[in-house]
Write a protein that binds this ligand. Structure first.
Ligand SMILES: *Cc1c(COP(=O)(O)O)cnc(C)c1O
Length: 418
């Protein structure tokens, strides 16, 4: 039994019981009618408070079980998700020009991205609802993580990805035994196709934008961040939390987790959220700057995980930035490649393009006076660099090829090679 009291539509405000509806508000449809999971926070607070967390030996996202929509904990799979490290990145902070910088490496999850928090939750809900197969559309990471968790549960998965998804992610899908459709089209088309297929074949739909439970998994990243800052860093709290934005589910989850930690008394003051978009695909930034409705755009960036021209969780994503008093910022592909190098060389964390975009995001935000030099920043690195080797090599350059002789080393060193 969970402390969930129901679901509410973030557009029309209508309330539903959990048995009434599975995905989105039937009145508003899936473009607008995204649902939010609601809890009895007084009851949650009895089980989730500073005294309890200090004693807890559960080091995974399930540490926060009272704040999750799990009805049957026996459906939780064995993979270790969460309790990813938070580093005090002193040299990177100096490089970017902020007082203190915490780096949370979400690439340390079982399938090497932040998406595992959502997939872990999605598979529990699928099993609770008696689903016999599950599907999602994804730029790559939601797919590879769903494939992993479906394998853990022995649940057949059908996955739709754009043909251009990086090979590392496609390899993961195939290794975990998912049925993989590499679609000749954009992520936006992939998403529509998956929605149609899910309806047609009755597969459980893990798409984060329309399945209200997935964001509940995602919010554990910021709940955990605050918990770790309390346990490991004397309760130093960030002024900013920085994360890259595609569909908007991640940033929406990050904000929900922060608000809940504030409500439960862990977090005295809410930080601002910086949403980072690629310059070649910045529909959130454009809408935010112009205070205008969403205009879907092209998706021209090497950061495949945020190459989302038509964000499917626009309302929750926008709300996170506006309610927090934060900002959107954009970074060019050049700056993203530079971020891969800078993060690896100043903090020794290797991230994929979308995963590291926040590094350039912080740099630009400091330059523009959005983040002040005396502020503390927490940066979420959302995916591991080995997922997209092609971009990593583009960022890092080539080795020096030599013959297997010391003389060749001497020649190379004299030539000033690295
Ligand atoms: C999915 C993803 C994001 C963005 O999440 P959205 O919910 O699409 O906004 C950022 N970084 C990585 C590595 C991702 O896989």
């Amino acid at each position: 039994m969970s402390y969930v009291t129901g679901l509410s539509c973030i557009h029309c405000g209508k309330h539903y019981t959990v048995d009434e509806v599975d995905y989105y508000c039937p009145d508003c449809g899936y473009e607008d009618g995204i649902l939010d999971v609601e809890y009895d926070y007084d009851a949650v607070a009895k089980e989730l408070n500073p005294a309890v967390l200090r004693q807890s030996r559960a080091f995974s996202m399930w540490r926060y079980l009272p704040l999750l929509p799990v009805e049957d904990p026996t459906k939780i799979q064995h993979l270790q998700v969460g309790w990813t490290p938070v580093y005090d990145a002193v040299r990177l902070a100096a490089e970017l020009g902020v007082a203190r910088l915490f780096v949370k490496d979400e690439g340390r999850n079982p399938t090497a991205s932040f998406k595992d928090r959502a997939s872990a939750m999605g598979v529990v809900k699928a099993l609770e609802k008696g689903a016999d197969s599950i599907t999602c559309a994804s730029t790559g990471n939601a797919a590879s993580s769903l494939a992993g968790f479906a394998a853990a549960a022995g649940l057949p998965a059908t996955i739709f990805v754009p043909e251009r998804a990086p090979q590392g992610k496609v390899a993961q899908l195939l290794v975990f035994g998912a049925r993989v459709f590499a679609v000749k089209g954009t992520y936006d088309q992939v998403w529509e196709l998956c929605m149609e297929a899910a309806a047609e074949f009755g597969w459980y739909n893990r798409n984060c934008a329309i399945n209200p439970y997935l964001i509940e998994g995602k919010k554990t990243v910021s709940i955990e961040l605050i918990d770790q800052l309390i346990q490991q860093y004397n309760g130093e709290m960030p002024d900013w939390v920085v994360v890259s934005v595609g569909d908007g589910c991640t940033v929406g989850g990050v904000w929900k987790g922060l608000v809940e930690m504030n409500k439960l008394g862990f977090l005295p003051r809410l930080p601002k959220v910086l949403g980072v978009q690629a310059a070649g695909c910045q529909p959130f930034l454009t809408a935010w700057k112009n205070n205008a409705p969403l205009q879907p755009t092209d998706a021209d960036t090497l950061a495949d995980s945020i190459a989302v021209g038509h964000p499917r969780n626009f309302r929750k994503g926008m709300k996170a930035i506006v309610d927090s008093g934060g900002a959107f910022i954009s970074v060019t592909d050049e700056e993203i490649l530079d971020s891969i190098r800078t993060l690896a060389r100043k903090a020794a964390v290797f991230g994929e393009p979308a995963g590291v975009a926040g590094v350039a995001g912080v740099r630009n935000a400091v330059k523009q006076g959005v983040i002040a030099a005396n502020e503390t920043v927490a940066l979420l690195i959302t995916g591991n660099g080995l997922k997209d080797i092609q971009s990593a090599i583009k960022a890092a350059g080539a080795p020096t090829y030599i013959e297997p002789e010391l003389a060749a080393v001497k020649v190379a060193l004299a030539g000033g090679s690295k």
